[in-house]
Design a protein around this ligand. Sequence first.
Ligand code: FAD
Length: 319
Amino acid sequence: MERESVSGAANAESLAAVLRSLEGLSEVEEGAPLAPHTTWRVGGPADLLCVATTVDGLCAAIRGAVEHDVPWRVLGRGSNVLVRDGGVEGLVILNRTATLEIVDTLVRADSGLLLSTLARKTATAGLAGLEWSAGIPGSVGGSVVSNAGAHGGAMADTLQQVEILDRQGHQTWVKVGALQMAYRHSRFRDSRAAVETVLRAEFELVRDEPAAIRGRMDEQKRHRKATQPLANASAGSVFKNPPGESAARLIDQSGLKGMCIGGATVSTRHANFMVAAPGARASDLLSLIDVVRERVRAKYGVELDLEVLPIGRQAPTLA
Ligand SMILES: Cc1cc2nc3c(=O)[nH]c(=O)nc-3n(C[C@H](O)[C@H](O)[C@H](O)COP(=O)(O)OP(=O)(O)OC[C@H]3O[C@@H](n4cnc5c(N)ncnc54)[C@H](O)[C@@H]3O)c2cc1C
């Protein structure tokens, strides 16, 4: 066990040296805190962190990790993950690729582009179809992974195909029909497919007046401001809505709004949001998640499924 972790550390060190020499990668750092790179702002460090600014850099970092036998994970804006207090093993690649091409009504975006930037720029170009995403703080890639959606719209509505780096290290385009996109789900959330990375996404949008599109986006943002705790650290909805039900309603009716564990609180503004105070630990959020699930199960017999994705290791316990 000890020998394994020593060789794991040596692999990470020699991987770090390789990453520092590659183009399209920057800020290679060992033991880097991940909390500032997530919207909940909790959790431990990455063994090794780097920032990818080009798709070639992103692919090279993943291929390097595979060659060095170092586990790896791509993060977008960290707005749908709960990083555990023990941090994340291996390499975490922050995806900051951001190229956008618009040809007529066809839009091709790098997976690191902010979804809200994509929505704003396509609106300016007079292209409608992504208004629902105004105010969602994730990347295009992270939004494909969970088929992000709001107000009756979702990624799958306009997505045509994605370019992926597959498990053999090949870049290939996959049509949306093969991505198993459903409510807050795609094949990329399936742990067996977690070795696939979304590199680019292509959308087919429709023409409309920029002012009309912006008006609809402003309406979405007003609604978010009125109903969500946007001034606090959160990760959006913690649980998926059970079929035909609202998770927020079940949590609210279970009397859980305002419940706190450590630095984690069930939002009083939106019962399906949990907010983290400065200094909160991931374990506070995980404990609160358990309590909310237990109470809703006891009162309604409903099992709440997580929409957020816990990642990383538990903090070691003191002997
Ligand atoms: C205030 C607030 C409001 C929100 N409102 C909504 C909403 O209305 N609707 C909604 O659906 N969500 C909402 N969310 C959640 C979140 O913003 C979305 O799920 C978003 O799409 C996640 O993108 P991300 O880049 O932050 O993903 P991350 O959190 O960085 O990653 C999520 C998962 O995807 C994986 N991943 C990330 N990028 C890639 C890639 N390129 N290839 C393969 N795997 C990848 C990660 O490893 C991780 O497992 C909200 C969050 C907040 C904080």
